[in-house]
Write a protein that binds this ligand. Sequence first.
Ligand SMILES: NC(=O)c1ccc[n+]([C@@H]2O[C@H](COP(=O)([O-])OP(=O)(O)OC[C@H]3O[C@@H](n4cnc5c(N)ncnc54)[C@H](O)[C@@H]3O)[C@@H](O)[C@H]2O)c1
Length: 269
Amino acid sequence: MAGLLEGKKGIIFGALDDQSIAWKVALKAKAEGAEFLLTNVPVALRMGKIQDLAEQCNTEVVPADATNLEDLNGLFDKAAERYGKVDFILHSIGMSPNVRKGKAYTDLNYDWMKKSLDISAISFHKVMQVAYQRDMVNPMGSILGLSYIAAQRSFPGYGDMAQAKAMLESIARSFGYYWGAKNGVRVNTISQSPTMTTAGSGVSGFDAFFDFADKLSPLGNADAESCADFCLAMFSDYTRKITMQNLFHDGGFSSVGMTESFIESLSES
Ligand SMILES: NC(=O)c1ccc[n+]([C@@H]2O[C@H](COP(=O)([O-])OP(=O)(O)OC[C@H]3O[C@@H](n4cnc5c(N)ncnc54)[C@H](O)[C@@H]3O)[C@@H](O)[C@H]2O)c1
């Protein structure tokens, strides 16, 4: 039987190690018949592990800083050489110097904040703008970014990443219009549960975030494996009419107000 993504070509940003959401997407996409380039910042390549993934996926890693237009053009040159056009792009990128260095939200370093926004949100626009201007995505292609519910609600410790995620989701809506009107390409964000990865565990109090969301969600937290499954579904033709959406993939967390077990635990105390 043909795989879900048989014949599809893509670009996957953000696989760092085997915990990364993008890493799981790559393995599953390969198993479903897709071909793709992997890309990450040069420093991530030097750490070595992504080359192992490339071997498993029978592909290559193209170094590119997603905030740098020259790097992005070089990446799309490679993609054009290898595939012509692509059918899917995964933007699985996030980093905040303020969060990483433990800066309080009430004492942000604004140069670092600009970096957070550039890396975690504006890079999504840059990737799409380069691809759009070069006409690099096939009709009915699918472009995805990964978000978090701190775009809508406040979560202490998530710092300026909350603004970055709000901007990322907004970019998906705005650019999704132009892609849809141009050639039916979809642009969406997936708002994922707290997930045990390098980016996730960099957030202070992450274990508490994780447990709180897990306890509140009727289905429990969505893990990286199930997030990767959802990404594949979004790259497939079965979701061809979904665009400009922020899709919660969180076990129901975003719709819960209170649970019976929380009421019980509060009445006991
Ligand atoms: N882990 C969570 O709890 C969680 C929850 C919701 C959403 N997300 C989002 O999922 C995405 C993937 O994160 P992850 O949890 O797999 O962690 P991760 O640390 O494995 O992935 C983040 C990636 O971003 C890459 N990156 C950083 N700066 C870059 C740049 N300038 N150019 C290109 N790549 C760059 C890193 O090298 C890394 O591969 C991020 O957008 C993250 O915010 C994560």
